[in-house]
Design a protein around this ligand. Sequence first.
Ligand code: IMP
Ligand code: MG
Length: 186
Amino acid sequence: MYYDMEKDIDHILVGQEELEKICDRMAERIIADYGESGHDLVLVSILKGSVIFTAELYKRIPFPCAIEFMKVSSYGAGTDSSGFIQVHLDLKRDIKGCDVIILEDIVDSGRTLQKLRSLLSDRGAHSVKCFTLLDKPSRRQVDFNPDLVGKEVPDEFVVGFGLDYNEKYRNLPYVGVLKPEIYETK
Ligand code: IMP
Ligand code: MG
């Protein structure tokens, strides 16, 4: 018998139907805001947590739209905008004059997206917005707010639908809260 990840989940926070609805809503917003913008639209998906969310959104967009991937991590402490972002994988195209939407799985301290947004703005994008599937506003350490949030979640560690714990649980089809003993035994 295979290892059933479901037994490690305490409870489901965002079920499959709700995730579908969140993606429908976000796609509608993208269509309304960018469908006739006159600028090339580039979705920038942040690896690895955003891949499932990105694919779900992408297939709902009925007009030409590019997709790019970045892998980044943020460093630096404090509650100001000090610290920096390390880019492990960069865009493969010029975004000058483009409308850019950064797609993130979850905003926690806000450091990653705050830094990434200014980095991409500095490259001459026409606009840079941040859309996130989940947001934990109670954890914010810097002055950053995403432009669109799928769902606000409490300060609990969540996995599934792309989000991981030690590279596990990304492939769960819903977002759930891990049982505490999973952390405690590792
Ligand atoms: P921050 O907003 O710069 O602190 O970073 C957010 C990143 O932290 C996300 O992209 C996730 O990779 C990770 N993260 C934060 N909270 C969670 C969680 O509950 N589950 C899984 N990953 C999380
Ligand atoms: Mg991430």
